[in-house]
Ligand binder design. Structure first.
Ligand SMILES: Cc1cc2nc3c(=O)[nH]c(=O)nc-3n(C[C@H](O)[C@H](O)[C@H](O)COP(=O)(O)OP(=O)(O)OC[C@H]3O[C@@H](n4cnc5c(N)ncnc54)[C@H](O)[C@@H]3O)c2cc1C
Length: 486
C-alpha cells in the first residue's frame, strides 16, 4: 500500500465514516477479490462502508483531491466481473450498509430507498404494502439496487421504472435527477423523470458506475392484480412461435407482471418428466387481471391468436397452466431455485431486435452446440441446457442459451466455461447482439463495438464528470480484453 493510503488517507476516511467502517485487513480485502462471476472481483488497498450520501460525498471529494481510485461494490452479483482495481491504490466502496427504505409512497406509487439495499428487501417492503416493484431474474438476495441500475439496468427492463437517482459525482457534488424535487425547487414529490430538463437519470443508468456513485433511488411501484392465469402453447418451429410473440407485443404494452416467455426444448425438459414429450418451442404467457371475467376474456383472445399461429395445446401443458393459476406468496424470483440443481453454469445471454431474430438465434445455437462437442472431448459432463427468450418490448427479445455442467469442482471446467462465455459474447456481438451487462468483461466488449460518435460522447461525459478518472478506472477501456491478448 502507498504511504498516503496506509497513513493519513486511512485516518481521513475514519474521520468520515468511523473506525469500524474502514479496513485494510488482508482477509477482508481478499473477500472482495471474489464475486458471483468466473471473471473476478476487485483488488483494493482499503475497504470502506459508507453509511449516508453525505459520507459518500466527503469520501469522493477526499479521493478526488488525492487522485485515489474508487471502485464501487453492491452485492457482487456480476456475471462478467468487476473493475480489477489495484492492491496498492484502490479504495473499494462497499455500498451495502446503505440499505434503508426511505419511503413506500402508495399514494404516488413510488418507493424510495438507499442504493445499497438488496433487492429482496426492497421487494418485501413493497409487498407488505400490496405493491410490486420490478426485480431481476437474478439472485435477489445478492443484487443491490445501485449495482443493478449501474451494471445491468438497460434492457434488463428496470429503466422505465426509475424515476430519480441520487448520485454523488467524483468531486463530491450531490445530484438528484428526475423531474420532481431533483429538478424543480417548487416540487417536493417525485413523479416523472422526463420533465423540466434533460433526462439525467438515464445518463447514470447502465453507466457501470463510471459517471457517479448512486446513493438513493426512487422507483415506480404497481398494485398487484389479484388473479393470474397462464396460456401455454406448443410449436414445432421457431417462426410461428415468433409470430405469436409479434401479435402479442404489437397490440399492447407489456406489463411488468405478465411476461410472455418462449422456452426451447432444452429449457422445457427441465420442467417435465423424463418420458414426457417436449415440443421444440413452448410459448408461455402469464395473464393477470382483476376478476374472472376479465381473465377469461383475455385468455380466450390469446387462445385465438395462438390457434391462428398454429400453436397447440396438450394435456401436460394445460395441467401446467392450471398449476400456475394460484399466485405464489414467494418472492417473485424464488423460482430461480430451479437452477440450484443444474450444476456449474455457463451463462450465455443475448439481446437482439425482434426483426431477423430467428436467423441469428439459429446461428447462436449452432455455435454453442459446436463448443459443447469440445466440452465433451475435454471429458466435461453437460447436465442440461436452458434455452429461452422473452420480448421486453415490441422491438426487443432478450434470451439465453445457457449450459450447465456437473463438473462443479473441476478447475478445467471453470477455465472452459470462462472462455465459452467470453467467446460466445464476441460471436453474438459480431451478429449484432448488444448485451445488458455493463460490467467487467462485458463493459469492455460493449465498448469495443461503439460507433466513433458514441465513443466520443462517452469520453466527453466521463472527462467532464470525472476529470481525474477516479471512478471505476479501467472500466470500458479494455482491461479484460487486453488480458486476453486482444
Ligand atoms: C446467477 C445470476 C443471474 C442473473 N440474472 C439476471 C437477470 O435475469 N436480470 C438482470 O437484470 N440481472 C441478472 N443478473 C445480474 C445482476 O443483476 C447484475 O450483475 C447486477 O449489476 C449486480 O448488482 P450488484 O449489486 O451485485 O452489483 P455489483 O456486482 O457489486 O456491481 C456491478 C457494477 O455496478 C457498480 N456499482 C455497484 N453499486 C454501485 C453504486 N451504488 N453506484 C455506482 N456503481 C455501483 C459496480 O462498480 C459494478 O461495476 C444475474 C446475476 C447472476 C449472478
Amino acid at each position: 500500500m502507498t504511504e498516503s493510503l496506509s497513513g493519513d488517507f486511512k485516518k481521513a476516511l475514519e474521520e468520515i465514516v468511523g473506525c469500524n467502517y474502514v479496513t485494510d485487513d488482508p482477509v477482508t480485502r481478499f473477500t472482495y477479490t471474489q464475486d458471483a462471476s468466473l471473471f473476478g472481483g476487485t483488488q483494493s488497498a482499503l475497504v470502506v462502508r459508507p453509511g449516508s450520501t453525505e459520507e459518500v460525498s466527503r469520501i469522493a471529494a477526499l479521493a478526488n483531491r488525492h487522485r485515489v481510485p474508487l471502485v464501487m461494490r453492491g452485492g457482487g452479483a456480476t456475471i462478467y466481473g468487476q473493475c480489477k482495481g489495484d492492491p496498492d491504490r484502490t479504495v473499494l466502496l462497499d455500498m451495502t450498509r446503505m440499505d434503508r427504505i426511505i419511503e413506500v409512497n402508495t399514494a404516488g406509487m413510488t418507493v424510495t430507498a438507499e442504493a445499497g439495499i438488496i433487492i429482496d428487501k426492497l421487494v418485501y417492503a413493497c409487498k407488505k404494502e400490496g405493491c410490486y416493484v420490478y426485480a431481476p431474474f437474478a439472485p435477489v438476495h445478492m443484487v443491490s439496487l445501485g449495482g443493478w441500475m449501474s451494471g445491468a439496468a438497460g434492457s434488463a427492463s428496470l429503466w422505465p421504472d426509475i424515476v430519480s437517482i441520487t448520485v454523488v459525482l467524483a468531486d463530491g457534488t450531490i445530484v438528484k435527477t428526475g423531474g420532481g424535487p431533483g429538478t424543480n425547487v417548487h416540487q417536493p414529490i417525485f413523479y416523472n423523470r422526463n420533465l423540466g430538463g434533460p433526462d439525467f437519470a438515464g445518463l447514470f443508468i447502465g453507466d457501470g458506475g463510471s459517471f457517479g456513485i448512486k446513493t438513493e433511488a426512487t422507483v415506480r411501484i404497481t398494485k398487484y392484480p389479484p388473479l393470474i392465469r397462464a396460456g401455454i402453447f406448443a410449436f414445432d418451429e421457431i417462426e410461428p412461435a415468433l409470430e405469436l410473440v409479434r401479435l402479442h407485443v404489437e397490440r399492447r404494452t407489456l406489463q411488468r407482471f405478465d411476461p410472455m416467455m418462449v422456452f426451447a426444448a432444452g429449457a422445457m425438459k427441465n420442467f417435465m418428466g423424463d418420458d414426457d414429450e417436449v415440443a421444440p418451442f413452448t410459448v408461455q404467457a402469464m395473464i393477470q387481471g382483476h376478476d374472472v371475467a376479465e381473465l377469461e376474456a383475455k385468455l380466450a383472445f390469446l387462445n385465438r391468436l395462438a390457434e391462428q399461429c398454429g400453436g397447440g395445446h396438450n394435456f401436460l401443458l394445460d395441467a401446467m397452466a392450471e398449476s400456475m393459476a394460484t399466485p405464489s406468496e414467494d418472492s417473485e424470483m424464488d423460482w430461480m431455485a430451479i437452477f440450484n440443481s443444474f450444476g456449474l453454469p455457463a451463462w450465455l445471454p443475448f439481446t437482439l431486435p425482434r426483426q431477423g431474430f430467428a436467423g441469428v438465434y439459429k446461428k447462436l445455437l449452432a455455435w454453442r452446440d459446436e463448443r459443447l462437442k469440445e466440452a465433451d472431448r475435454l471429458g466435461l459432463h453437460l447436465r442440461t441446457t436452458w434455452d429461452m427468450f422473452i420480448p421486453t418490448d415490441a422491438s426487443t427479445l432478450i434470451g439465453e442459451i445457457d449450459c450447465f455442467f456437473t463438473d462443479v469442482d473441476n478447475p478445467e471446467a471453470i477455465v472452459f466455461i470462462r472462455s465459452l462465455m467470453a467467446d460466445f459474447q464476441k460471436y453474438a456481438h459480431s451478429l449484432g447482439s448488444i448485451d445488458v451487462y455493463n460490467q467487467g468483461f462485458m463493459a469492455d466488449l460493449n465498448a469495443s463495438c461503439w460507433s466513433p460518435g458514441f465513443k466520443r460522447l462517452f469520453e466527453l461525459v466521463k472527462a467532464s464528470l470525472d476529470p481525474n478518472g477516479i471512478l471505476n478506472p479501467g472500466q470500458w477501456v479494455g482491461s479484460y480484453l487486453n488480458e486476453q491478448g486482444e
